[in-house]
Design a protein around this ligand. Structure first.
Ligand code: ZN
Ligand code: ZN
Length: 351
């Protein structure tokens, strides 16, 4: 990535202009950088961001200049086949326009030397300013710090949502969370917030396991011990819910081995879309249910304010997930550190 000056606008009637104050580095940006996620170029990346509203389109009535907002990368039309079925993540307009890297209406909002610029996931948060559809700007309390707020927009929402919106989590349930990056650490917290009894965190990195226990895991181990530990804590059955947040063939397989008969598996991780993943057939039997989710069943307008409140009240731990605050000039080093597994989240602070 390079730092360039980009022209913004014109701002359409349904848009808002957000001055970005903090943006964090997520693996999906890394996929775009490395090419496993195909993005039209030139593009502004960044999709976990928070800032303040500085300009309103003519039709925007429910936001005000100065509002503190977290950005959602899932604008949706509200009336297509999937929206009508309460699956906004599959919205026809969302899926059709996303790969073009333009706005939700299919038109660009940014340009560089007169040529249109693309925006990753309708946002492009690695910038001082960002034009988004008003529905993608979700107001949070003014007391919510920008760096913590940024995390809510993707990784935290996805992980917490897996437990609160996707899994059929019951009070006292046993849950195993595989992978303790930002999404997995958030899934651990979602399990805690929904009243899970045992929460078993799985990761090869001992430092990550310590973090997981600091945010609510009741037990922790490496992948090789995950099935044995889960069974030992569940009378030999396996967990009621297994949340996979690592995105490798072996962790998808592990999720099926660690869940109990009749239990539920939520896959948040992803591997190459053309890659085959093999399973031991017996691990798939016995009435197990698998749900794959991209955004934890996010209902951003409801969930972002709830998540912010949970942080402010102390029940959602975010400070632990911020490994570093960096400047925009350090973004490439930040992604190198993310790739090496050294950071959970680096947050770019804009002055
Ligand atoms: Zn739709
Ligand atoms: Zn993300």
């Amino acid at each position: 990535m390079t730092i360039e000056t980009v022209a913004v606008g014109p701002i359409a009637a349904g848009d808002v202009l957000v001055r970005i104050r903090a943006a964090s580095l997520c693996h999906t940006d890394l996929e775009a950088i490395e090419g496993s996620l195909v993005v039209k170029l030139p593009a502004v990346l960044g999709h976990e961001a928070a800032g303040e509203i500085v300009e309103l389109g003519d039709d925007v009535t429910d936001l005000a200049i100065g509002d503190r907002v977290v950005l959602s990368w899932n604008p949706h039309c509200g009336r297509c086949f999937y929206c009508e079925r309460a699956q906004p993540i599959l919205c026809s307009a969302f899926l059709a326009n996303g790969p073009k890297g333009f706005h939700f209406d299919g038109r660009p909002r940014l340009s560089c030397d007169g040529a249109p610029m693309h925006q990753l996931m309708y946002l492009g948060g690695f910038a001082e300013y960002c034009v988004v559809p008003a529905q993608s700007a979700i107001r949070v309390p003014d007391t919510m710090p920008f760096d913590r707020a940024a995390l809510l927009g993707c990784g935290v929402m996805t992980g917490v949502g897996a437990a609160t919106r996707i899994a059929d989590m019951r009070w006292g349930a046993a849950a195993t969370v595989i992978g303790c990056g930002a999404v997995g650490l958030s899934a651990v917290q979602g399990c805690r917030m929904t009243g899970a009894g045992a929460i078993i965190a799985v990761d090869p990195n001992p430092a990550r396991l310590q973090l997981a226990q600091a945010v609510g895991a009741t037990a922790a181990c490496g992948p090789a011990d995950a099935v044995a530990l889960t069974r030992s804590l569940t009378d030999g059955r396996g967990s009621d819910v297994v949340i996979e947040a690592a995105g490798r063939p072996e962790t998808f397989r592990l999720s099926m081995e660690a869940v109990r008969p009749g239990g539920q598996v939520v896959w948040l991780g992803k591997t190459g879309v053309n890659e085959d993943v093999a399973f031991r057939w017996g691990s798939l039997m016995q009435e197990k249910r698998i749900t794959r989710s991209s955004y934890g069943g996010a209902k951003p307008a409801q969930d972002f304010p709830l998540l912010a409140r949970a942080y402010l009240e102390g029940s959602l731990k975010l400070d632990e997930m911020i490994s570093a605050h960096i400047r925009l000039e350090e973004i490439n080093d930040g992604f190198a550190a993310l790739k090496r597994g050294e950071t959970v989240r680096s947050v770019i602070m804009f002055q």
